[in-house]
Design a protein around this ligand. Structure first.
Ligand SMILES: Cc1cc2nc3c(=O)[nH]c(=O)nc-3n(C[C@H](O)[C@H](O)[C@H](O)COP(=O)(O)OP(=O)(O)OC[C@H]3O[C@@H](n4cnc5c(N)ncnc54)[C@H](O)[C@@H]3O)c2cc1C
Length: 459
C-alpha cells in the first residue's frame, strides 16, 4: 500500500544525520516524516549481536575529546560510554620484524622523529585551511591540485614513517591517500582541530553499540520514521516539495536530504539540480573499507601484557585494536583491510580473506589468534545504501565546486557529510543534520539561519 502524507519537513535517510535533523525539527514544534531506504535505522552505524547481551560495532564506533555533541546526545538518550582503548604493550611489525612498544609512536627513534616532523608540517598546513571555506585558503588551488598521498611521500624521510603516515591518513579517509585531494584532507583534519586530534578520537565507545543512538532517536519519532522506503524522486516544481519514496509520498514545505551525497545523486530531482552540485557529486570518492573482527572466548592477549593495539603497515590487516565489549568478554580483535589494497582484498574469496586477517592477528598477538570462536566482516563499499565508509573529494573538486557542498537547492537542504566540524564522523553527522534542520527552521520562520555551532578547541 502506498501512503500519502503531509508534513512540514520530509527527511531522506535515518542515519544519525537524518534522525538528528528530524529530532530538531520536531523539537521546534514542526511535523516531520523520515524516509529510510533500509529496513533499519543507523546507516553507517550497525551493531552486531554477539549473544549474551553483548554487541560489537560493524560501522562507526569511537568517539573522543572535542566531540561534545555526541556525548551530550548519548547522555540525553541514556546511552553510556566506556573506554575505547585497552592497557598494555603495543606491537609494531615492519619488514618482517616484530617489536613491542609502550609509547604513542613506534619504537624506532628515527621513525618517530620522521613522523613528528611530518605531523608538525601537516599541522602548519591545516591551520591555513578554514574548514568552513577551504577554497578561500591561501594557495587553495595549489593544495587542491595535489594528493594527500603525494604530500606524504614527499614529506617523510624514512620508509617506515612513510608507510605509517600513509596508513594513518588513509584510515581517516577510509581510502588510499593517493586519491584524496590534499586541500580536502587539510580541511577535513582542520574541522576536528587537527590530524592528531582525529587520530586520538578513540577514547570512548558507546555501551550497547553506536547504533543504539539511532534506535533511541527513532523510537522517539515513532511512526514518523518509514523504513524500507528508498526515495526515488524529489519534485519541487510546484508550491510544495513532493518526496516520493517506495512506500510513502510526502508533501512538505521543505526537504532535508541526509543520505550520503554520492547516493543523493541517484535521486531524480524536478527541476534538475544546479550544474555545480551535479559536478560536485561526480568528484566525490569512497574507498573500499572492509571492517573485519575476530571473536575469542576471552581477550587472551591481555594476560600476555598486550593491549591488542598493533601496527603492521605492510600487512593485509595493517593494524589491530582490542574491540572487546565492556567487561572484556568475549575478546574481540578488529581491523580494517588495507586502504591501498582494499579492492584486491575485496575480490578474494571470503575464506581466503578470513585466513589472511587471522594470520596478521597471529603475527600481532600470537598463534591463538588463528582459532577464533567467530569471525565477522562487512565490506561497506558493497552496501547498496552506503556506497562506502566515508566520503572524500578528489583533486580539484573543492576549489571548483566546494560552495555547492552545503548550498540548499531551492527548498531542498543537504544534511550528510557536508559539515564543517568533525567531518566524516558520527559527531560530524549529528552536527550536519542539526545544521540542515537549523536552515529549514529559519526558512520556515522567515529568518536567516543560525551558523553551525563551532566549539572545537585546538591545542
Ligand atoms: C567502517 C566504518 C567505521 C567508522 N568508524 C567511525 C568511528 O570510529 N567514529 C566515528 O565517529 N565515525 C566513524 N565512521 C563514520 C560514521 O559512521 C559516519 O560518518 C556517520 O555514521 C554518517 O552518518 P550519516 O547519517 O551522515 O550517514 P549514514 O549513516 O550513511 O545515513 C544515511 C542514511 O540514508 C539512507 N539512504 C541512502 N539513500 C537513501 C534514499 N535514496 N532514500 C532513503 N534513504 C536513503 C541510508 O540507508 C542511511 O540509513 C565509520 C564509518 C564506517 C563505515
Amino acid at each position: 500500500m502506498h501512503e500519502a502524507r503531509e508534513a512540514d519537513v520530509a527527511v531522506v535517510g535515518a542515519g544519525l544525520a537524518g534522525l538528528a535533523a528530524a529530532r530538531a525539527v520536531v523539537a521546534a514544534g514542526h511535523s516531520v516524516v523520515v524516509c529510510e531506504a533500509r529496513d533499519r535505522v543507523g546507516g553507517r552505524t550497525l551493531d552486531h549481536d554477539l549473544g549474551g547481551g553483548q554487541v560489537v560495532e560493524a560501522g562507526g564506533q569511537w568517539i573522543g575529546g572535542g566531540q561534545e555533541r555526541i556525548y551530550e546526545l548519548a547522555a540525553e538518550l541514556g546511552v553510556e560510554t566506556f573506554p575505547g582503548r585497552s592497557e598494555g604493550a603495543k606491537v609494531f611489525v615492519f619488514d618482517g620484524k616484530r617489536r613491542t612498544y609502550d609509547g604513542e609512536l613506534p619504537p624506532s627513534r628515527r621513525v618517530a622523529a620522521d613522523l613528528v616532523q611530518a605531523m608538525l608540517r601537516l599541522r602548519r598546513l591545516e591551520k591555513r585551511v578554514p574548514a568552513e571555506a577551504p577554497w578561500e585558503a591561501r594557495d587553495a588551488e595549489r593544495l587542491d591540485a595535489q594528493t594527500l598521498g603525494a604530500w606524504v611521500d614527499r614529506t617523510t624521510k624514512t620508509r617506515a614513517g612513510r608507510a605509517l603516515l600513509t596508513l594513518f591518513t588513509g584510515i581517516q579517509h577510509g581510502a588510499d591517500p593517493a586519491n584524496v585531494s590534499l586541500l580536502y584532507a587539510l580541511s577535513f583534519f582542520s574541522s576536528g582541530g587537527g590530524f592528531a586530534r582525529y587520530a586520538e578520537a578513540d577514547q570512548h565507545r558507546l555501551v550497547g553499540g553506536s547504533q543504539a543512538l539511532s534506535r533511541r532517536l527513532a523510537d522517539r519519532l515513532g511512526d514518523a520514521v518509514v523504513l524500507g522506503s528508498p526515495v526515488r524522486r524529489i519534485d519541487q516544481s510546484g508550491a510544495e516539495v513532493v518526496v516520493e519514496s517506495e512506500l510513502v509520498t510526502v508533501r512538505a514545505r521543505r526537504a532535508i536530504v541526509a543520505a550520503p551525497p554520492i547516493l543523493s545523486g541517484s535521486i531524480e530531482y524536478r527541476p534538475e539540480l544546479p550544474s555545480l552540485r551535479r559536478q560536485l557529486l561526480r568528484a566525490v570518492g569512497y574507498g573500499v573499507v572492509i571492517k573485519a573482527q575476530a571473536v575469542y572466548d576471552e581477550p587472551f592477549w591481555r594476560a600476555e601484557g598486550l593491549s591488542g593495539t598493533a601496527l603492521g603497515p605492510g600487512l593485509a590487516a595493517p593494524f589491530a585494536f582490542d574491540n572487546s565489549p565492556p567487561g572484556g568478554s568475549p575478546g574481540v580483535l578488529l581491523t580494517f583491510l588495507h586502504p591501498r589494497r582494499g579492492a584486491a582484498l575485496a575480490d578474494l574469496r571470503p575464506a581466503e580473506r578470513r585466513e589472511a586477517v587471522l594470520e596478521c592477528f597471529a603475527t600481532y598477538v600470537g598463534p591463538k589468534a588463528r582459532q577464533p570462536a567467530g569471525y565477522l566482516e562487512l565490506d561497506w563499499s558493497a552496501e547498496r545504501w552506503s556506497a562506502g565508509c566515508v566520503q572524500y573529494l578528489t583533486p580539484g573538486a573543492l576549489t571548483r565546486y566546494g560552495p555547492a557542498l552545503r548550498e540548499p537547492c531551492g527548498r531542498v537542504h543537504w544534511g550528510s557529510e557536508n559539515g564543517t566540524v568533525w567531518v566524516a564522523s558520527m559527531e560530524g553527522a549529528i552536527r550536519a543534520g542539526e545544521r540542515a534542520a537549523g536552515e529549514v527552521l529559519a526558512a520556515l520562520a522567515g529568518a536567516a539561519p543560525a551558523k553551525e555551532r563551532v566549539t572545537v578547541t585546538t591545542s
